[in-house]
Design a binder for this molecule. Structure first.
Ligand code: NAG
Ligand code: NAG
Ligand code: NAG
Ligand code: NAG
Ligand code: NAG
Ligand code: NAG
Length: 368
């Protein structure tokens, strides 16, 4: 209706236009083009879920997380903002989508962040986390509540215009390598079966959103997990990047790209884009000075070789925090710094075809 009125406003006399707006006073042109932002994923995207789950072990509740930006822990696994936080800023949203479990939050019209630390795709890999399946259950519940809040047709319109951002799967591959640590190299059929199961389940969840009206999907692919300080520490690997984890990430990313393409051909109106996080982060590890990072192997916060022992914030352990965080790519053994997240989010938002394809997030947000 609002669209119709707007078109009439363009074509008809001003006086009539004013009358129509008087007849439909609830129509607000300001909110008409609003794009909701929904976030799914693991600790890279978590912006505070663990503050509300009662999980006392969740690191982002404690110092020194949040130190550089919030001056206190803020539920992010970073010294400041994470990638979705920056994207919300670049998109000009009034604020960052709040975590779904934020108490008293009953207003969904600014989007929601469902991401939660340790989340994975295969439920058995992270039984205690708010895994992707549970995030989707929350999403379905939210759609019901949103529909009550704004009515069915407005909810449909908002859901089809919304952007759905994902970062998921890394923890599944870490689990696989963790379980296999003492054993033989994984066979290629084992690896491809694993990738297939992950993609099979991920597809189910994407389709759930599609069925609820979602059309605009953005995926950050799996990063160079062999370069993470935590992975190197776990494997006892003393080099820049361990190859087997890198290979798993590449297998997943290639298979996922093919899967997303198939989904687009099967689901009318399905649009997606993929940010090549793997290459972006790998390049920063290898050529840090090009991006303004002096230290790309050792984390700012933690203990052990590369600060790869994930002890950052753990008061019952001894850990160190770096002095010049601006020099660091990794804040802790798993997660990039505020400065790195800003660079990565910027590429995702406005990067070229070699970073994010077939289009960047700015284009995806603007799509009808
Ligand atoms: C701190 O480390 C101890 C010993 O490894 C571990 O049992 C505990 O879960 C950790 N606590 C947090 C908050 O990470
Ligand atoms: C959704 O709505 C139901 C029923 O109105 C309510 O019980 C529930 O708390 C709501 N969920 C959230 C997260 O607001
Ligand atoms: C929800 O938030 C939007 C944007 O901030 C605001 O315009 C609207 O009034 C809020 N609705 C409710 C029910 O609080
Ligand atoms: C989903 O994952 C489970 C293991 O958690 C697996 O048994 C099942 O085959 C997967 N589903 C699909 C459609 O791939
Ligand atoms: C790791 O390799 C470096 C040389 O690249 C060496 O100086 C260092 O002692 C090694 N550390 C361990 C724990 O093996
Ligand atoms: C969105 O996806 C549909 C197919 O699902 C395609 O026809 C359309 O061209 C896409 N839109 C853009 C802007 O690429």
């Amino acid at each position: 209706m609002a669209q119709t009125v707007r078109n009439l406003c363009v074509t008809l006399a001003l006086e009539l236009c004013a009358t129509l707006l008087f007849v439909y006073p609830s129509i607000s042109f300001a909110t008409q083009d609003k794009t909701l932002f929904f976030v799914f994923g693991d600790s890279l995207y978590d912006n505070g879920m663990s503050l509300y789950t009662g999980d006392k072990e969740a690191g982002a509740r404690y110092w020194p997380y949040g130190e550089s930006y919030f001056k206190k822990p803020a539920g992010r696994y970073s010294n400041g903002l994470n990638i979705p936080d920056f994207i919300a800023q670049f998109a000009g949203l009034p604020y960052m989508p709040p975590p779904y479990l934020l108490p008293g939050n009953k207003n969904y019209t600014n989007g929601i962040n469902f991401a939660s630390t340790s989340a994975c795709v295969l439920v058995e890999n992270c039984p205690k986390a708010i895994n992707l399946k549970m995030q989707l259950d929350y999403f379905v519940e939210m759609v019901q509540n949103l529909t009550k809040q704004v009515g069915k047709s407005e909810a449909n319109r908002l859901l089809s215009r919304a952007v759905y951002l994902f970062d998921i799967g890394k923890n599944d591959y870490v689990t696989l390598l963790q379980m296999n640590r003492e054993k033989r190299p994984l066979s290629s059929s084992e690896k491809s079966l694993y990738v297939k199961q992950i993609l099979g389940n991920l597809t189910i969840h994407i389709k759930t959103i599609y069925k609820k009206g979602g059309r605009k999907f953005a995926f950050q692919n799996i990063g160079p997990i062999g370069c993470m300080p935590s992975m190197k520490y776990m494997l006892g690997f003393n080099g820049t990047c361990a190859e087997e984890p890198l290979e798993l990430a590449r297998m997943h990313n290639a298979a996922f790209a093919a899967k997303a393409n198939t989904l687009q051909s099967k689901l009318p109106g399905f649009n997606y884009t993929i940010y090549d996080f793997y290459t972006a982060l790998h390049h920063r590890v290898l050529y840090g000075n090009v991006y303004g990072f002096e230290e790309t192997e050792t984390a700012c916060c933690g203990s052990g070789v590369f600060n790869g022992d994930y002890t950052c914030q753990n008061r019952s352990m001894t850990f160190s925090v770096c002095y010049k965080v601006k020099d660091y790519l990794w804040y802790d053994a798993w997660h990039p710094t505020h400065k790195a997240c800003r660079q990565l989010a910027k590429e995702f938002w406005s990067g070229g075809y070699n970073n994010v394809a077939p289009y960047n997030l700015r284009t995806l947000f603007a799509m009808g």
